[in-house]
Design a protein around this ligand. Structure first.
Ligand SMILES: [Zn+2]
Length: 486
């Protein structure tokens, strides 16, 4: 049904192209050029097909206008198409073949024109061959461009411009090419020892251990930063809240994507740490940060979860508002909690002790004493150090020795105590449930320090779910506490 020359009803196809001729040429300019061409041919513009929704992620969505145009060709709404350049219509050999198939159908008479490449005659073998060559050449250009970008990135990485911000990051080793200050970074791999420290610290921070305690621990153990220095509060905080250790690339503290280096902790832990550490920063500011290394105070910390979220959000220790002693409190709404639920720590600890002993009496203890159990020795040391700290505090009052010297000695001892307690707790976690003798435990329990109690709890309990308070609110209701045993 060829309708000789006549006035054709033309559809303008508009699309921004980012990598070919006319790059950056706005849709308006394309439209103006196309309209001029239509006018010079005496055609009527009846429809505009615009595919500039670059936010659409999938290809089909991106070409919504194009598919509408194909439909209008088939239903006879338009019988001509003008585009600025052929590459606006088809960029892939597959797209061209589809278009040629459609135009080839006997009852279709559609003319194609472009501003920059004139008539595209897809009805003759020569025209089709030319179009195929053009697309193939263009495709090759696109592929070359992709390859160029890749090699440019590699070049930047090698030149250290992508993630070479001075020093080697803790937890990673860099692979270099060449020597000296101008050597190129080829990539990064894990430093397994440091990565293990990071995982340990991350876990402990998530379980409620303070950053100061982690810093003291790191420095006492002689763990150096990547520049060989001692750990600081800021350094520890920056490390644990960084996206880098979760394999995320950041720009100005905002995560901008997956990085090329391996991750040490998973993204979920990273999110939790970031929330926790920023929250702590706020708290510290509010309280006027106390710069002391504090040992774990409440053995259930880290296990207590509020049931307001499906997973059970970690409840944090907080001072009581009504002078009835400290509580575990659900984080505020802004941090994913309900903000309101509390449970008195003393009530919970007393109940948990009862439950744990009851649980242990249900099972027959194996009663295998481990001759290599380091805990008695560690506990003896801790007792000795604690006595010494007490003496030093008295010395401080006497003023015979320089106060600074005495304080330093106290600090050193305190960090040793924290470390020893930590080791005991870690050993206890390794304990299997059946290795704990209920009778022995009951006798020793009172003398256990919180970190060791925590070890016992952790070896037995996965989490403690706290349900909403029930009236009367001044009386503790043990039914609020649901223990998920291991
Ligand atoms: Zn809650």
């Amino acid at each position: 049904m060829k309708t000789s020359s006549g006035a054709r009803r033309v559809g303008l196809y508009l699309r921004i192209s980012d990598d070919r001729e006319g790059a950056g040429l706005g849709v308006k300019r394309q439209e103006d050029d196309c309209r001029l061409l239509a006018a010079s041919l005496g055609w009527h513009v009846t429809e505009i097909y615009d595919d500039n929704d670059m936010s659409a992620s999938n290809r089909r969505k991106k070409r919504k206008g194009y598919h509408r145009m194909l439909a209008d060709m088939q239903n006879g709404r338009i019988d001509a198409v003008i585009a600025w350049h052929p590459d606006r219509l088809y960029r892939q050999p597959r797209e061209l073949e589809d278009l040629m198939d459609l135009l080839d159908s006997p009852d279709l008479d559609v003319e194609l024109r472009t501003v920059r490449a004139g008539t595209i005659d897809l009805s003759t073998p020569d025209g089709r061959m030319m179009a195929r060559i053009q697309v193939a050449v263009a495709k090759r250009e696109v592929e070359h461009r992709a390859a160029r970008i890749k090699s440019k990135i590699k070049e930047l990485v090698q030149a250290g411009k992508i993630h070479n911000s001075g020093h080697r990051p803790f937890g990673y080793e860099r692979i270099f090419e060449g020597e000296g200050p101008r050597r190129k970074i080829l990539g990064e791999v894990l430093n397994e020892i440091e990565a293990a420290y990071i995982r340990d610290w991350a876990q402990r921070a998530l379980e409620g251990e303070s950053l100061y305690s982690l810093v003291t621990d790191a420095n006492t153990r002689g763990i150096k930063t990547s520049t060989g220095g001692a750990w600081s509060y800021q350094g520890m905080r920056a490390l644990l809240s960084s996206g880098r250790i979760a394999g995320l690339k950041e720009h100005k503290r905002q995560v901008v994507g997956k990085a090329v280096w391996p991750s040490i902790i998973d993204e979920e832990d990273h999110q939790a740490l970031r929330a926790l550490l920023s929250d702590r920063a706020e708290q510290a500011k509010a309280n006027g940060a106390q710069r002391t290394s504090t040992a774990l105070k409440y053995p259930l910390s880290g296990l207590v979860r509020c049931t307001c979220t499906e997973d059970g959000i970690r409840m944090r220790t907080a001072p009581s508002s009504n002078r009835k002693g400290p509580v575990y409190r659900c984080p505020p709404k802004g941090d994913g909690g309900c903000g309101g639920r509390t449970i008195r720590i003393e009530d919970l600890e007393r109940l948990m002790e009862k439950l744990v002993f009851a649980k242990l009496e249900e099972v027959e203890p194996l009663d295998v004493a481990d001759p290599d159990d380091p805990r008695p020795a560690l506990e003896a040391k801790v007792a000795k150090w604690e006595r010494r700290v007490k003496e030093l505090k008295e010395e401080l009052l006497d003023g015979d020795r320089p106060a600074r010297e005495v304080r330093e000695a106290i600090d050193t001892l305190n960090s040793r105590i924290v470390q020893a307690q930590r080791e005991v707790a870690q050993y206890s976690v390794k304990d299997r449930v059946l290795d704990i003798d209920a009778e022995e435990l009951r006798i020793a329990w009172e003398d256990y320090f919180p970190a060791r109690k925590q070890g016992v709890y952790r070896s037995l309990i996965r989490k403690i779910r706290i349900h909403p308070a029930t009236p009367p609110k001044n009386i503790f209701n043990p039914d609020r506490v649901e223990v998920i045993w291991r």
